[in-house]
Design a binder for this molecule. Sequence first.
Ligand code: ZN
Length: 401
Amino acid sequence: MDINSQNIEEIVRQVLEGMKSPAGAAAPAKASGPVPKTAKVAVLTALEKFEIKEYPMPEVGDDDILVKVEGCGVCGTDAHEFKRDPFSLIPVVLGHEGTGEIVKMGKNVKKDSAGKPLAVGDKIVTSVIFGPNPDIEMFDMNKQNVGGADVYGLLPDDDVHLNGWFADYILVRKGSSVFNVSDLDLDSRILIEPCAVLIHAVERAKTTGILRFNSRVVVQGCGPIGLICIAVLRTMGVENIVAVDGEEKRLAFAKEMGACATVNFKDYKGIEALTDGVKAAFGGYLADFAFQCTGSPVAHANIYKFIRNGGGLCELGFFVNGGDATINPHFDICSKEITTVGSWVYTLRDYATTFDFLKRAKGIGLPMSKLITHRYPLEEINDALVTNLKMEGLKIAIVNK
Ligand SMILES: [Zn+2]
């Protein structure tokens, strides 16, 4: 859980790995040691109760990939499952923001979903699983988001059991989208899934034609989603960013991530005063574009006031039904001619774009790793979920030794 020693370990490991293969020689792909006979899996067996179970290591079929899990982010979806089981999945192995190293693969596996070669020792992430549903098999990679498709970490239990990333091994089976991300560090790989959500949101925002290089942009909500939103905007060259939240700690982080000014809504009484606060932060102007990154209906209703006539809005905060918002269609949308887009998860294309975003974010010095505020070993997964539910940190991750 000590962030610094974690990073140093990672750097040392990478340096040692680099030394193993002499320069110029084609290093043969190697297994990272013998594969144990059993795998450890965190099974959610009841509400708010994970149990670590051991299952025999499955056979690796001709189209399968056996992956040693290195880490997996805890998502809001995991927290909902843990608390209420809304998808009726119990018993289930959760964890869909995972990454790890290939330790064994079937003879038919040659390339990842982007056409990159795959070998034992490569680091990978997975995205959707193409099932027997023809709609999902045929969906347009560029246009249709992957909402509703199967992913590891939200599958019903079966005889293999290695179905989610909260485990020390996972069996990736035929029909899964897999990406070789060996050129990204562990923290970046753990952040891929939530970052893809923002790559998609910004792509959606761009379709309005309003979000431009020099736009004034409001980002409302400075949880992981809002903070990553700021990071994506910064890598695109957008610098006029005002972050709105109710917590000073999060606003301070928003500044570190590149927001030029922040507004704490708790400092203002009423929406008119708050709007004046946002306007002042832009030097007397309303925003050209706004990203709504909270799950609060009141926040949704408020955000229209921050946008200039002819401006745009991307709403991406409602991962679950947070209830109805009351807006005034005449004042908020029609008379101002606001162009609104909604955004939901990502397309497979956005997923691949995210790898480049993460490299760029690191390149311009954005503190992406600081988004991961808590790291727990698999054995302490119950504590990890409780920490997530308490909303104490930003990104909580399970990190295996
Ligand atoms: Zn997620």
